[in-house]
Each structure stands twice: as structure tokens, then as C-alpha cells.
Design a protein around this ligand. Structure first.
Ligand code: FES
Ligand code: FES
Length: 156
């Protein structure tokens, strides 16, 4: 069956089974390989994308359920929050192996868009679904605080 997906501001027609995970459509059909496969069971967060602005695990979203929604991936994430997170990630040297980091960034950006001044508790809660085998958690938390501070400074 043919589904119409709106990904990173562009429409795509995808001919596939409606139960195919969105992750496979993004990676295999649309060649957006920045979104990673980790567990395939909504347990690790490596596959996090934005669906109508919410962070979701694309390994566990069916193609049929994503049709018509606004889908955003790491390749095109933008705006003040994404810029602030990117700068903080570079300044802090957040990534180690990097495998989990596209998912981490997508969750961090979604957090800052909904909560511009998160506490440690807010950060830990929002990022709890994003695992990192390299244990970069302290730098992720510090990076989000840095990004929030930069966003606050740019608004004042
Ligand atoms: S690959 Fe989707 S949550 Fe792990
Ligand atoms: S940086 Fe290696 S898994 Fe997170």
C-alpha cells in the first residue's frame, strides 16, 4: 500500500506494509541513516525522531501511524534549540562512540522546546529513555544545562 510521509519538510510516497517500523522506512527507503537502530523494542532511544514535535521511538511506530504526521529527523533538526544543543555538545565533547547521540540530541531538543529551563530532575526524566553504552550521561546533562543557559541569554 502507498503511504504519504512528511519528513523534514518534504512529502514522500512510500510503498510498503503499513506495519513496517518507521525506522526502516527512514533508513532503507528514504536513506536517512542518521537515525540509528539499537534494540528495536523502544528500550534504548537510538531511533528517536520527532513526530508532530514529540520525541518518539521510530522502531516502534508503524508506517501507517506516521502517515500524514510531521516527522523530523536528525538530518534536518533546526532552530534555536537545536543550534544551542549542537554548540553545547561540541563544546562539552559530549559524544564518545557517537552511536546513541542522534537520539540523545533529538530528545534534548524536544525537551528544551517544551521546557526552556529544565532542572536536573526534568532532564533525567526526559532523557531516561535514551541509553548510552559509553555512559556520557553527566556530559549530556551538563550540555543541556549549557544549551538552556545559552537560549536564556539569547532571549534576554
Ligand atoms: S532502536 Fe528504537 S528504542 Fe532502541
Ligand atoms: S556515545 Fe557511545 S553509546 Fe552513547
Amino acid at each position: 500500500m502507498i503511504y504519504t510521509l512528511h519528513v523534514n519538510g518534504e512529502w514522500h510516497r512510500v510503498d510498503d506494509d503499513g506495519q513496517t517500523p518507521l525506522l526502516w522506512v527512514l533508513r532503507d527507503a528514504l536513506r536517512l541513516t542518521g537515525t540509528k537502530y539499537g534494540c528495536g523494542k523502544a528500550q534504548c532511544g537510538a531511533c528517536t525522531v520527532h513526530l508532530d514535535g514529540r520525541p518518539v521511538r521510530s522502531c516502534s511506530v508503524a508506517l501507517a501511524d506516521a502517515a500524514g504526521a510531521q516527522i523530523g529527523t536528525i538530518e534536518a533538526v533546526g532552530g534555536a534549540e537545536a543550534d544551542a544543543v549542537t554548540e553545547a555538545w561540541v563544546a562539552r565533547g559530549v559524544p564518545q562512540c557517537g552511536f546513541c547521540q542522534s537520539g540523545q540530541v533529538m530528545s534534548a531538543v524536544a525537551l528544551l522546546r517544551s521546557n526552556p529551563a529544565p532542572t536536573d530532575q526534568d532532564i533525567d526524566l526526559a532523557m531516561s529513555g535514551n541509553l548510552c553504552r559509553c555512559a556520557t550521561y553527566p556530559r549530556i546533562r551538563a550540555g543541556i544545562h549549557d544549551a538552556a543557559a545559552a537560549l536564556g541569554a539569547s532571549r534576554s
